[in-house]
Ligand binder design. Structure first.
Ligand code: ATP
Ligand code: MG
Length: 310
């Protein structure tokens, strides 16, 4: 597969602080790539470098072989950046906004017309083309924000937390939008804090922590990493905080979290379960339910994010 993004030993420092630390990665053309990680991991910093909004301190990043620093102008013509704040003008109509962004990118008027028609159809905004942008619903505004970044038919679309503030229905609609954009052949790079979203949408993800990539792979590969299981234990009286503190001290425990129905423990397969059950009984806890499950992407995330904090 052809690579569209290539990042080589890239670091970004703010004074003495290293926000992105020696990151190397590649994104395949035509895929949806997710950048995950806890707050402050360096996701937006990395995205800003790729979007030519900030320069790397060390290293290089290439988009379609073009250097984001020395070929900035060409890079800007082949990427579309969807900012977190809506970039369109509330007072203009939907199609006036597209005209505006099209001319900003230097797209010929006749092309803008054709392209607007296609994008509005693709993003299910055709009926709203004459409506004032400010009067659209939240979900439609998100789609218009994306539409404005697509008017020059970029090879790659960059979105930083596109689904923040959307209700579950609008969020699912956004996933459809992103998939449609992918079907048109556009590569997508996005950040998200919603693990379900990354799992449903992304072909490949990286998890960053403290400026470094700590996990990389396809969501299903990461969830199926061999040698780990997740068990869920419900007990009575269910003083889970105390149990969690105790269980976390055990060496082979990868993570232990209080869930809705009990303790969710991720452990290495070779760890004997009775050691954990003993902790429950030593605290006078009566076991009600023991269940096992496959790790979710959230488990992978918590594990990866936690690891680097120790
Ligand atoms: N302009 C800046 N000047 C100084 N420090 C910065 C600047 N921008 C970001 N940082 C720092 O760099 C680190 C990474 O920030 P960044 O915004 O990239 O994180 P993030 O992964 O996007 O986090 P979030 O999930 O909260 O959006 C943080 O510690 C942040 O405080
Ligand atoms: Mg961010």
């Amino acid at each position: 597969m052809e690579q569209i993004i290539e990042i080589r030993s890239l670091s970004k420092k703010y004074g003495d602080f290293t926000a992105v630390n020696d990151v190397s990665m590649a994104v395949e053309k035509g895929t949806i790539f997710g950048l995950l990680g806890p707050n402050g991991a360096g996701k937006s910093t990395l995205i800003r470098v790729l979007a030519c909004q900030s320069r790397p301190t060390v290293g290089h990043a290439y988009i379609s072989g073009l250097d984001v620093v020395s070929d900035r102008k060409e890079v800007l013509s082949i990427i579309g950046v969807v900012p977190q704040e809506n970039s369109f003008y509330d007072e203009l109509t939907v199609s006036e906004n597209l005209n505006y962004f099209g001319s900003l990118y230097g797209v010929p008027v006749i092309e803008i017309k054709k392209r607007s028609h296609k994008i509005l159809d693709m993003l299910k905004l055709s009926e709203k083309s004459a409506s004032r942008a400010g009067a659209l619903s939240g979900g439609m505004k998100t789609r218009l924000n994306i539409a404005c970044a697509l008017i020059h038919k970029p090879d790659m679309l960059i979105l930083d937390e596109p689904s923040v503030g959307l209700d579950p229905v609008s969020r699912k609609a956004l996933w459809d939008t992103i998939r449609t954009v992918k079907e048109e052949g556009t590569t997508i790079l996005m950040t998200t804090h919603y693990m379900e979203e990354a799992d449903m949408l992304c072909d490949r993800i990286v998890i960053m922590n403290r400026g470094k990539i700590v996990v990389e792979g396809k969501p299903y590969e990461l969830k199926n990493r061999t040698g780990e299981s997740v068990i869920l234990i419900t007990s009575e009286p269910g003083d889970y905080q105390v149990l969690k503190t105790e269980i976390e001290k055990k060496e082979p425990i990868l993570s232990c979290n209080i869930g809705e129905k009990g303790l969710k423990i991720t452990l290495r397969d070779e760890m004997p379960l009775d050691e954990i059950l003993d902790i429950f009984s030593s605290h006078g806890e009566k076991i009600k339910i023991v269940g096992t499950s496959k790790p979710t992407l959230e488990d992978v995330f918590i594990h990866a994010a936690g690891e680097a904090w120790h």
